[in-house]
Design a protein around this ligand. Sequence first.
Ligand SMILES: [Zn+2]
Ligand SMILES: [Zn+2]
Length: 375
Amino acid sequence: MSNVENKCSGADCDNEAGTLQCPTCLKLSVKSSYFCSQDCFKRNWAASGPYNPFPTYPYTGSVRPVYPLSPRRPVPKSIKHPDWAETGIPKREMRLSKSKWDILDATGQEAMRKVCRLAREVLDITAAAMKPGVTTDYLDEICHNACVERESYPSPLNYNHFPKSLCTSPNEVVCHGIPDQRVLLDGDILNLDISLYHGGYHADLNETYYIGDKAKADPDSIRLIETTRQALDMAIEIIKPGVPIREFGKIIEKHAASRGLGVMKTWGGHGINSEFHPPPWIPHYAKNKAVGTCKAGMTFTIEPILALGRNREVYWPDDWTNVTVDGKWTAQFEHTVLVTETGVEVLTGRLKNSPGGPIPIPEIANEDTNGEAKE
Ligand SMILES: [Zn+2]
Ligand SMILES: [Zn+2]
């Protein structure tokens, strides 16, 4: 099928754009945003220039989308695609029963170790390229190439409407930030969230990073990032067979509140194995009603998002980018873990030379008396 709207935006090009396949993207009908190829995009870049696709939208913070988006980066046919790769709809996953959780045998566990190790490598390679002055689209290119080199299908965002290889969520973007032409600034904080499919299994992990020295000197950014990092580690620490799924949220929210931070409740962790997002769903807030307990052989993610301000969010007009309602900043960390007979294995754990990592939190006034969570 062919119509004007899915033509390549290149002034000198008659090809199909190829990425305007889904109804949501068509509905947005953002002008001059879709190109048939990297070549066409680069040729036309000078002419179209960077622009804000939603100029009248009342943005809640300082981050703006910077279009045009680059075209879909191809994944070679030789790399195994997940079942949702073409349509964006995880048909098999949607048929899964909410109460049936997968327990992986030794072969499945080994496959999860492999894909999670590859995902860690890809995240580290991408993170090493972050610095003030580079665009998030450039990071997407690095991530994409690192995935393909590892014969892995990249993509949290192919999962839905935007064909990108990672999510880049700066500052007040809660999650699902779309890599675009925005240049990273000294003082930004940036979450990179990646997912790989390899050998029939999925890995999922993310980290939030400081961009430039200014970010590493900002007390609020440090409090936010380091507390979120710690909250995830503290939740992981209690994992072993028999531990109720609802316990994680209690630990995470208590730690967040002790530093004056809120928990974003909309987004949760999830099972992950041969499916991307199978049950269980894992809340990150206290007093949640999650049922069930950890069992050896289960693999799932925990991925808390903490906020400096209100824990309410809104969407940009792209129906995808999720930002805080007050424009205050958030941070997130995510690991994929395996429950073992005696405890837990962090399958996406940091390596000796992984970029980023914790920095000391400056003394927080009244830490012990201010905002301590009540049980
Ligand atoms: Zn996830
Ligand atoms: Zn993720």
